[in-house]
Design a protein around this ligand. Structure first.
Ligand code: FES
Length: 265
């Protein structure tokens, strides 16, 4: 029996997975960053972001492995990269290695190159260098936002789906699409405001959905649970207790007082 390779620093990887933490990056900026990152190495390389939608960390590792890669360098990229995520990544990568046959795949985790103040200064200086890249705002109409950013949309329920990095590992990226599809199929999509959030704390229960005005928190890992949530909670006014893992203090107090049950469609 061949011993599983240990994660020994210094080995040469056969693929690079760049990881960024960047909620507000547009698709265009993300594509540009990926092109630049991929061009920086001769190895097969790919870039993902740890939160929001798009391929998640686990799927990207699975894909490299399916392509025969057995030493993957996971390289954080950031300005600088968030420390909480750097502390979290080794554990989740080790967790991936113990799934299925993945133990035969070697993973090394790169350092955050831009945590060094000298390199940050160099990046800032490089940003300031080309004067042609700066444009004047003289002549631009002053405004803080578009007219459409004044009024909230009219909706019945507010669904907050966490797409933070840990929920993304648990499948939040696909959960958001599945949720939209199920709301559409139930004919209530326009009456729900969906907001993608950053981490709301109970990461181990991801993907996490918070429903207001009810104040209930749900664990919705797949299409069947999302379909049940839409039907049993939103349409029928139930609570789907086996999917619900928390209710806010105010929601619990209301239930104890015997307040009217939360609304339904
Ligand atoms: S990342 Fe979703 S609860 Fe933490």
């Amino acid at each position: 029996m061949t011993a599983a390779p240990q994660n020994t620093p210094g080995d040469t990887p056969d693929a690079v997975l760049f990881v960024v933490s960047a909620y507000v990056l547009s698709t265009r900026s993300l594509n540009r960053l990926e092109s630049a990152a991929v061009a920086a190495t001769d190895l097969p390389a790919r870039l993902i972001r740890l939160e929001d939608t798009g391929p998640n960390l686990i799927k990207a590792l699975d894909q490299f492995r399916a392509e025969g890669k057995r030493h993957i360098r996971v390289q954080p990229l950031g300005y600088p990269f968030p420390e909480t995520l750097l502390n979290w990544l080794p554990g989740v990568l080790a967790d991936w290695r113990q799934r299925g046959d993945n133990a035969d795949t070697h993973i090394t985790l790169g350092a955050d190159a831009l945590s060094d103040p000298a390199q940050l200064s160099a990046a800032a200086a490089a940003a300031l260098a080309p004067p042609a890249a700066a444009r004047s705002v003289a002549g631009t109409k002053p405004r803080l936002g578009k007219p459409g950013w004044t009024d909230p949309p009219d909706f019945d329920f507010h669904l907050l789906l966490c797409t933070g990095p840990r929920c993304a590992v648990h499948g939040a990226a696909s959960a958001i699409h599945l949720l939209k599809e199920e709301l559409q199929a139930a004919g209530v999509a326009k009456r729900c405001l969906i907001t993608q959030t950053a981490c709301v704390y109970p990461c181990n229960r991801g993907p996490v959905l918070v429903l207001y005005p009810h104040g209930h928190w749900y664990h919705l890992p797949d299409r069947p649970t999302i379909r049940r949530f839409v039907r049993e909670v939103l349409l029928e006014g139930g609570r789907a207790d086996d999917l619900r893992f928390y209710t806010t203090r105010r929601g619990r107090a209301g239930a104890e007082r015997g307040d009217a049950p939360p609304p339904r469609f």
